[in-house]
Design a protein around this ligand. Structure first.
Ligand SMILES: C[S@@+](CC[C@H](N)C(=O)[O-])C[C@H]1O[C@@H](n2cnc3c(N)ncnc32)[C@H](O)[C@@H]1O
Length: 301
């Protein structure tokens, strides 16, 4: 956590940063609500649970963003009634627009994960993707997840940065930074022009990411809230190194001058390496070294 900021300041920075990010979020992260996105989300959920997901009637998503998980899970029939929360109203507006576009029905509620405006035992599944690392007081948030879950309900979070995975990913990032001028020359792109808004964005980015986790820390937060059958899994190693290399290179170039063929190569390569990670590495290596951690747990029945 940034040492000089209070939890309230971190929450405020998250709201402002994600409100601004909302408009270009789906393009930046390649978020998809079709076949590709659906398969990605289902694979993550199955991995976190250790098998095919059952049906959950009432779901609550924390930090739902533009709807990557809830909308894809709705389409796949894994969840029945979707309630989507986020601290950023801007993200929830995009989520509603996405839902309308694909013909899905969701309820959106602006809410901080540490203070959920729902009655006890209201949901069968509480879940999220890439959100826990933004939350200042994780034990308090897990206490809320447990409170709003019905007995026997599940908690599931994916896409959380792992501490060692994050350190390992700094190697390709540094290498990419070094070779970036050569890469730009090779693809014929000029350097990025960083305006003051971009600089603000970069500064806020350092503030909004407050954790990278060791697997034991996530497990302890869940157990501390009274959850059981805690399962931690890791995913993405090669795909992540490839992804960070490309994202670091691309960030140095004028986005309008990065050729379409390069973007296709980066996107397809990432998907191919995700498959390789899944088949060859995940399940064989310890969760701690992967870039993303997942946690699944159950509220006692
Ligand atoms: C990295 S984005 C992920 C969005 C979405 N889950 C996805 O995977 O595309 C993190 C999301 O968490 C939200 N967030 C950050 N802090 C939060 C908090 N304390 N409570 C609820 N949501 C929060 C942000 O506004 C943002 O939409």
């Amino acid at each position: 956590m940034a040492p000089s900021l209070s939890p309230a300041e971190i929450r405020d920075a998250n709201t402002r940063y994600h409100d601004v990010a909302a408009d270009h979020y789906d393009t930046k992260w390649g978020i998809d609500f079709g076949e590709v996105g659906g398969a990605q989300v289902l694979a993550k959920v199955a991995k976190a649970l250790g098998g095919e997901p059952p049906y959950f009637e009432r779901s609550l998503e924390i930090g739902a963003g533009t709807g990557y998980f809830s909308l894809n899970l709705l389409r796949a029939g894994v969840i029945g009634r979707a309630t989507c929360t986020d601290i950023s109203p801007g993200m929830l507006r995009m989520l509603q627009a996405n839902a309308q576009r694909i013909g899905a029905e969701v309820q959106t509620v602006p809410a901080d994960a540490e203070q959920l405006p729902f009655a006890d035992a209201s949901f069968d599944l509480v879940f999220g993707h890439a959100v826990l690392h933004h939350i200042p007081d994780l034990p308090r948030a897990f206490g809320e997840f447990e409170r709003v879950l019905a007995p026997g309900g599940m908690v599931l979070f994916a896409g959380e940065p792992s501490r060692y995975g994050d350190r390992l990913a700094s190697v390709p990032k540094r290498l990419a930074g070094t070779v970036a001028p050569l890469w730009r020359a090779a693809i014929g792109a000029g350097p990025a022009r960083l305006d003051s808004e971009d600089a603000d964005d970069v500064a806020l980015e350092r503030v909004v990411d407050v954790h990278a986790f060791a697997p034991g820390e996530l497990a302890a937060a869940a157990r501390g809230a009274g959850l059981q059958d805690v399962r931690i899994t890791g995913e993405e190693l090669l795909a992540n190194w490839f992804g960070w290399t490309n994202r670091t290179l691309e960030a140095t170039a004028d986005p309008d001058e990065v050729p379409w063929a390069w973007r296709q190569y980066a996107y397809r390569g990432y998907l191919a390496l995700q498959g390789l990670d899944r088949r060859l590495l995940e399940g064989r290596l310890p969760p701690a070294i992967f870039y993303n951690l997942m946690i699944a747990a159950r509220k006692p029945a």
